[in-house]
Design a protein around this ligand. Sequence first.
Ligand SMILES: Nc1ncnc2c1ncn2[C@@H]1O[C@H](COP(=O)(O)OP(=O)(O)OP(=O)(O)O)[C@@H](O)[C@H]1O
Length: 353
Amino acid sequence: MSPTTAPAAAGTATTEAPVLLDVRGLRVDYGQPGDPLLAVRDVDLQIRRGEVLGIAGESGSGKTTLITALLRLQRPPARTTAGTALLHPRPGQDGPPVDLLTASRRELRALRWERLSVVFQSAMNALNPVHRLESQFIDTLAAHRRMSRADARAHASHLLELVGIPASRARSYPHELSGGMRQRATIALALACEPDLVVMDEPTTAVDVVMQRQILAQVQRLQAEFGFAIVFITHDFSLLLEIADRLAIMYGGRIVETGTPAELQGDPRHHYTAGLRDSFPPLRGPLVPLRGIPGSPPDLRTAGIACSFADRCAGAQEDCRSTVPPLFVEGSRAHACLHPVGTPAPSSPGGRP
Ligand SMILES: Nc1ncnc2c1ncn2[C@@H]1O[C@H](COP(=O)(O)OP(=O)(O)OP(=O)(O)O)[C@@H](O)[C@H]1O
């Protein structure tokens, strides 16, 4: 097994759908140039049209930093220091891809809502508290779709109904809705202009488990109807097993493994993926003992000359402490581990195990 010559994009080609967003070599840091915290390190990520890519990783692994950089929503002290993120045109449309990391404000304005939208954990941040729900839809549709107010109102009612909010609630203010309703309204708003990609950052963390299931079922129905791609970010591995087509696992600012849910659940290659899997109860099937991952997350202030998981890894060998593993590609999946799960430990000198 050897690393690929070209960088392996996370979740490389498991479907034939055209590539929508191609991220290469993304680096983001926080803080002073002399003392940066390296929150995202050399991330390659490929998102295909219509797929659900789940990004999982523990708190502080860089998930939010990654997507706020891609969407150009980051604020100082965050700085993108390297990389490209090419958004490809819709099939049948001409023109070169747009690099989201260098696009002008004007280009970004044209892309937001219409090609890219985002749903964050807190719906109150997305909805304007002093405007009725309906008028937030109408303003967005009027600005980006040039719809008449009457058409926009009808479209808003339709979208709200799609997420289970009756038209009679369209004139409510956000604070008059339950948390679950607000979050569903935010999702409907994100879909208003039929974007190609919807980024969802912990969209169901703030609601109870029953509401979480309802929202996810609705998202899946909407996705089947409209065909948008989703990047779904969460620390909840078992949730992603249920809803994602492919998974990318982040640890210490890097993508450490990618593959399908079945691959990563049944046969994880990176020891961190295995630990993450064993830390969450499965949503279906028999109960299994939960193990957790001992130790604490890596120090992101050091550039690292080792695998950042080595100190917590039961399978770590000597070379793991002196080499940053590249992403190794095995067919449609990839992992960044020198001694993957299931490979025998090297024999000690003299042939003894
Ligand atoms: N504004 C900031 N200034 C400095 N460091 C930050 C800032 N925001 C995040 N970080 C650091 O960057 C690293 C990545 O954080 P990030 O929020 O992207 O992780 P995450 O995987 O999204 O975590 P969570 O699941 O808790 O949201 C962490 O070490 C975090 O402490």
